[in-house]
Design a protein around this ligand. Structure first.
Ligand code: ATP
Length: 493
């Protein structure tokens, strides 16, 4: 997110981004004509392209470029016992607390996390560490009364009422449930999956056997997940319906920490390769481990509302496969031909939220700056997406709507659209057309003018520098191809 300061629109950068996302067809509140549905969003004509590009690059770097990773696409509905085995029925809870004066609901752990962050920012590292450890212990042992006492002891107040008139802390299960079939009985209860990972675990045997996979190997999946979040805020950062891109990597027990480190490095490199500045990214090691993990770190991005998680890298031990073996009574062990030993594989997972990557990409690309035009200083807003992520790669314009220029431009458009997402536009003055493409982040605009008819060259304007160069028509396809290639970038991961 670049903002030159003076002339910036709203002082809250997230507000600008949310407004921009709506105005230019990236993200709309769901069911908007019915006043929306809380924490549910729809992706518009440009949003869906950006989202698909993120998915494509993740899939390519995970599945296509890793010889030992394959994909799967499992159903959202799964046998309800899966969620018992995975621990989600009993433990997929968030501790919630209400302020009696403002009637606002909060996540108790988030109130404490914010306090820890505050202490760190003030340089009280020791105090922050002690508080994090106490919080971790209390949450681990499910001592909810202790969590409440800690909130009060820390003098944490509700930002709205300013009081510490807190209710008790209660656990709230985040899974949505519904009924399968026409009769609603408890035995027909099914859940909307809260993570895609379980679809991978229950297909582990099918894929290992049908693909004759040898450990170590991974299974990747992109798909919807649903969580009835207690507090859903910050635009598409925390939604009740969202998409995950997860990969479970099955390894020999005892080697999981090496793989955990390796995948942490690989995933951080991926985010940097996607155009995110290194200093806006960091790792955050978990103090409180989820019920299935023996090590966990988050990749965090510096959003306008602070450093927050975009992806988790977890060492999940054999927790899931072991439990599925127990609950399903199907043997899930693997006979290792190298060591001649049978075991249940350990798992290292990388779990990214597609919508959070989308928001991170948008925040990083949103640029508002001043440009000099002779003696004038103008404000300029544009989306500085890397070309391979931009919703539209090229816009093709005839300078004017006559003299055969539209036909000439349409031929270029029709040729390029066979390989790329390209738009054609002939309305409005050329400057306005450039501005509009800048606002949606199109990296290249090709303009056909009268000179094109004479010498077979067109103008290519580059979004960030606004520089223009003339290129021969027969070089256009290879020019665009080279500029849009993700080959060099994916090589670095
Ligand atoms: P948080 O602590 O923010 O609730 P989490 O630790 O519960 O996240 P995981 O269970 O590790 O998240 O899920 C993996 C990824 O899925 C997260 O890194 C995040 O990018 C994404 N994700 C999780 N919950 C949501 C949500 N409600 N909306 C959007 N993305 C989400």
């Amino acid at each position: 997110m670049t903002n030159s300061g003076k002339g910036a629109k709203d002082t809250d950068p997230l507000k600008n981004i949310v407004a921009h996302a709506k105005e230019y067809g990236f993200v709309f509140p769901s069911s908007e004509i019915y006043d929306g549905l809380q924490a549910v969003y729809d992706y518009g004509q440009n949003g869906v392209e950006l989202k698909n590009n993120l998915k494509r690059l993740w899939w390519k770097s995970m599945v296509q470029l890793n010889d030992n990773v394959v994909g799967v696409d499992s159903a959202i509905f799964m046998h309800p016992t899966i969620w018992k085995a995975s621990g989600h029925v009993d433990s997929f809870n968030d501790p919630m607390i209400d302020n009696r004066d403002s009637k606002k609901r909060y996540r108790a752990d988030e109130l404490l996390e914010a306090r820890i962050e505050e202490l760190r920012d003030a340089g009280n590292e020791n105090e922050a560490g002690e508080l994090a450890a106490s919080m971790g212990k209390l949450l681990e042992s499910e001592d909810l009364e202790g969590v409440r006492d800690l909130i009060i002891e820390q003098g944490i107040v509700c930002p709205l009422s300013g009081t510490s008139n807190w209710t008790e802390v209660r656990q709230f299960n985040l899974m949505f449930s519904t009924h399968m079939g026409s009769v609603s009985e408890d035995s027909d209860k099914v859940y909307l999956r809260p993570e895609t990972a379980q679809g991978i675990f229950v297909n582990y045997l099918n894929i290992q056997k049908s693909g004759r996979k040898k450990i170590p190997f991974g299974i990747a999946q992109i798909g919807k997940a649903f969580r009835n979040e207690i507090v859903a805020r910050q635009f598409i950062f925390r939604m009740r319906e969202f998409e995950q891109m997860e990969m479970q990597f099955f390894v020999r027990p005892g080697t999981e920490m090496d793989w955990y480190e390796a995948w942490m490095e690989k995933r951080m490199n991926w985010h940097v390769a996607m155009g995110i500045s290194k200093d806006a990214l960091r790792f955050h090691k978990h103090e409180k481990l989820a019920h299935y993990a023996n090590a966990a770190s988050d990749v965090e991005y510096n959003f306008p509302f602070g450093f927050k998680e975009v992806e988790g890298i977890h060492s999940r031990t054999d927790f899931d496969l072991k439990n599925h073996q127990e609950y399903s009574r199907k043997k899930i062990s693997y006979h290792d031909p190298e060591t001649n030993v049978s075991y249940i594989p350990y798992v290292v997972e990388t779990s990214a939220g597609l919508d959070r990557l989308f928001l991170m990409t948008l925040c990083e690309a949103y640029t508002h700056e001043e440009v000099r035009d002779g003696d004038n200083v103008k404000q300029r807003t544009y989306l500085k997406f890397p070309a391979f992520l931009a919703p539209n790669k090229v816009a093709v314009f005839p300078l004017v709507k006559k003299d055969g220029l539209p036909e000439y431009a349409r031929n270029i458009f029709n040729d390029l659209k066979m390989d790329h997402q390209v738009v054609y536009e002939e309305q409005a003055a050329i400057g306005k057309r450039y501005t509009r493409q800048d606002l949606i982040g199109t990296p290249y605009c090709i303009t056909v003018d009268h000179e094109s008819l004479e010498n077979g060259t067109v103008t290519v304007r580059e979004r960030d520098s606004m520089a223009q160069e003339r290129i021969a028509l027969d070089k256009i396809r290879s020019y665009v191809e080279e500029k849009l290639s993700d080959r060099n970038l994916l090589n670095k991961i």
